[in-house]
Design a protein around this ligand. Structure first.
Ligand SMILES: Nc1ncnc2c1ncn2[C@@H]1O[C@H](COP(=O)(O)OP(=O)(O)OP(=O)(O)O)[C@@H](O)[C@H]1O
Ligand code: SF4
Ligand SMILES: [Mg+2]
Length: 329
């Protein structure tokens, strides 16, 4: 197997919150292969953006190792190291306005990532003009300023800026959730076209599970700073194994078969008035889990592979698979 482009080992990012430490990312091990699209889902606050920002070098980590293209990254980047890293890894943000300099014309904003690569003058202008066209904007848009464009047009510029220096990985953090529904599909299609054209790896963070299902070949599910399930997108969506994934999919997608697993396994009445289980040292999802049993609060579950080639961090995977196969029979 070829080495992954991004390889994260026990990555942690803890923020101070009063007297406590908040573990936004807590022991993540994750690989992103060259050219693959990895979807990252999970409810608000699960640590998706923090993880993306750490990989892009925009947020420092508290612990763990980051290996990019075979090289171990320093804990703190010098300006030169950051510039070298950011030619390989770019981000597309939800708020395209905040990511553009309001005092620079669009044409200048597009050229900026090229200047640090030594591409200047006419060569940079030509490349910016090509990318304006490639993302579907007229050349006249190059003379405008960010506030003169619509949200969809600005996001096209954000995408052009991310791809213009031909990075190996583009991290998209909710790239369409601030846009009108009418333009969301166009932007998603544009991202997919560019990703395929340039064979760029992509980490695609989104709440919209249907979009992740459409774009990503693998999907990772985050809960409270940890990856609780990861695998091929079809397997995660069609045979979710972790009870949290089942809950997340059931809340967003109609007719998710995994929800039947939970209903069958635990009569709803039995859990209705149960107090949350203590989670110290145990599974973080236990207080909300319909499958929880005493053992779940004693030791943390690790990611385990299965026959369907997803990995899930849960002590009761064997029971879930038995119920799953009975339901399918
Ligand atoms: N700079 C920061 N200082 C303190 N806490 C932070 C900081 N950044 C993030 N957090 C906290 O870390 C946790 C994870 O935040 P993060 O933004 O990564 O979640 P998310 O999964 O991207 O959520 P959303 O889906 O809402 O974008 C949250 O509890 C958040 O409040
Ligand atoms: S380990 Fe236990 S509490 Fe955690 S998800 Fe699995 S069954 Fe639920
Ligand atoms: Mg976020």
């Amino acid at each position: 197997m070829t080495a992954p482009f991004v390889d994260l080992h026990e990555l942690r990012c803890h923020f101070k919150s009063g007297d406590n430490l908040l573990a936004a990312v807590d022991g993540v091990n994750l690989q992103i292969a060259a050219g693959e699209v990895l979807g990252l889902v999970g409810e608000s606050g699960s640590g998706k953006s923090t993880l993306g920002r750490i990989i892009a070098g925009l947020q420092s980590r508290s612990a763990g190792n980051i290996v990019i293209d075979g090289k171990t990254m320093p804990h703190k980047y010098s300006r030169r190291q950051f510039r070298a890293m950011s030619t390989q890894i770019q981000m597309v943000f939800q708020d395209s306005y905040a990511s553009l300099n309001p005092r620079m014309t669009i044409l200048a904003s597009l050229q900026e990532p090229l200047w640090s690569l030594g591409v200047k003058g006419q060569a940079a202008r030509d490349k910016a003009a090509y990318w304006l066209d490639r993302v579907g904007l007229p050349q006249s848009a190059g003379e405008r300023y960010p506030h003169e464009l619509s949200g969809g047009q600005r996001q096209r510029i954000g995408i052009a800026r991310a791809f213009i220096a031909e990075p190996k990985l583009v991290i998209c953090d909710e790239p369409v959730s601030a846009l009108d529904v009418s333009v969301q599909a166009q932007i998603i299609n544009l991202l997919q076209e560019l990703q395929r054209e340039h064979n760029t790896a992509m980490l695609f963070i989104a709440h919209d599970l249907a979009v992740v299902r459409f774009l990503a070949s693998r999907t990772a599910v985050m809960y409270l700073g940890e990856i609780v399930e990861i695998g091929p997108t079809a397997a995660v969506f069609e045979s979710p194994r972790h009870p949290y994934t089942v809950r997340l999919l059931a809340a967003h997608l109609d007719g998710n078969p995994g929800e039947r697993v939970l209903r069958t396994a635990t009569p709803v009445k039995a859990i209705a008035n149960r107090a949350p289980l203590a989670t110290d040292g145990g599974c973080r999802f236990a207080p909300r889990c319909q499958m929880a049993e005493a053992a779940c609060s004693n030791s943390p579950p690790w990611l385990h592979a299965s026959r369907v080639k997803t990995e899930a961090a849960c002590h009761r995977l064997v029971d879930i698979e038995i119920i799953n196969s009975k339901l399918k029979a």
